[in-house]
Design a binder for this molecule. Structure first.
Ligand SMILES: Cc1cc2nc3c(=O)[nH]c(=O)nc-3n(C[C@H](O)[C@H](O)[C@H](O)COP(=O)(O)OP(=O)(O)OC[C@H]3O[C@@H](n4cnc5c(N)ncnc54)[C@H](O)[C@@H]3O)c2cc1C
Length: 317
């Protein structure tokens, strides 16, 4: 027998798909795309629609989702995300990685405008090779420029906040606005983007000028340090927890005797206890279970609450 509700549902779905394709073209919309393919954890169920867009298309896709009441989520390089095993209902939208970097050399500074979908590492290397000083820390962070602004990413004493001037973003009503670094309220792993719905299209940076050879050497040195200290050979989302005031989360976890603790395929890295790694076929449920055990033990032993730095996406039970 014909199921009318299902038929109507399919028609609505087909209509929405048609509208998406009209904006970005067919090869840039994937249905039931496994998000494990788009996260550095290699974990995550399917998104109903996975859409790649350039900056102009991006604003139109957002407008379409909002007008049609379709849930949506913007991802960068998926390097700070734990996506649920059930996946995401609605649209997961990603800005193109291939975007432009425009450099404007000045007398004693280098300014740059970079597309938010671009990998931060690529931008940092390009900037260093033109003499941008102090930005080498960014070359080892495997996120996009947009995700790095959202998180105010940082390492080895540097953070995005030190060099960001402003961003161009799509606001809640679809308007394109400029937000200054001050308005973004950047602080430790925080920006106002975590509270208000603005999506970064591109970002303006300003660097003091230094010695390009020395900056490129620093990038190599920090990369070697990361390889030595961090479990880069396993899929992960970097540091699982924020740094609690006065402590280091990795050390607390190690001192609590949790190195190597596992739930299913998720494991506390022995190389760096601040990292949970996917040691095989970890599910998001495994990672959540392990996070809970770590939080409970550290709270019990040291009365310190470990707040997650990684962001959860989708439904967790
Ligand atoms: C091996 C490893 C090492 C790491 N080392 C570091 C480190 O040293 N320092 C550090 O800070 N982090 C580190 N990270 C974590 C991660 O790389 C950063 O948090 C990064 O900034 C996330 O960027 P992303 O593009 O991957 O964002 P995603 O993980 O894709 O998304 C994170 C958040 O950013 C939002 N977002 C993405 N793009 C935009 C946009 N254009 N506009 C608005 N919001 C957006 C998303 O909606 C989401 O809420 C590490 C991760 C790994 C796997």
């Amino acid at each position: 027998m014909l199921n009318l509700t299902e038929t109507a549902g399919n028609a609505v779905e087909q209509d929405f798909y048609g509208k998406l394709v009209a904006i970005v073209s067919e090869d840039r919309v994937r249905r039931n795309e496994l998000l494990a393919r788009h996260t550095t954890f290699r974990i995550g169920g399917p998104a109903d629609y996975f859409v790649c867009a350039d900056k102009e298309q991006f604003a139109s896709v957002l407008a379409l989702c909002r007008n049609e009441g379709m849930p949506y989520f913007v991802i960068g390089n998926g390097s700070n995300l734990l996506v649920s095993d059930a996946g995401i209902r609605g649209v997961v939208l990603r800005l193109d990685r291939a975007d432009s970097i425009l450099f404007y050399p000045e007398k004693d500074r280098l300014t740059a405008r970079v597309g938010a979908g671009m990998l931060l590492s690529m931008f940092a290397k390009e900037a260093a090779s033109r003499g941008a000083a102090g930005f080498a820390f960014a070359a080892g962070i495997p996120g996009s420029v947009g995700g790095a602004v959202f998180m105010n990413a940082g390492a080895y004493g540097g953070e995005i906040k030190d060099f960001l001037v402003s961003v161009r973003a799509v606001g809640p009503g679809g308007e394109i606005v400029t937000l200054t670094a001050g308005e973004l309220k950047l602080s430790y792993r925080f920006s106002i983007l975590q509270k208000e719905e603005f999506y970064v299209l591109d970002a303006d940076f300003s660097f003091p000028l230094g010695d390009a050879v020395e900056e490129c050497r620093k990038i190599e040195e920090l990369a070697a340090r990361r390889r030595e200290k961090q479990p880069l050979e396993y899929p992960s989302a970097g540091s699982t927890f924020k740094r609690p005031e006065g402590y280091f989360s990795g050390k607390l976890i190690m001192d609590a005797g949790l190195a190597g603790l596992r739930v299913g395929g998720a494991k506390v890295s022995e190389k760096h206890c601040g990292f949970i790694v996917n040691d095989g076929n970890a599910t998001a449920g495994d990672v959540m279970g392990l996070i809970a055990k770590i939080q409970e033990t550290v709270q019990e032993k040291y009365s310190v609450f470990l707040e997650t730095e990684i962001r959860m996406l989708g439904e967790f039970f």
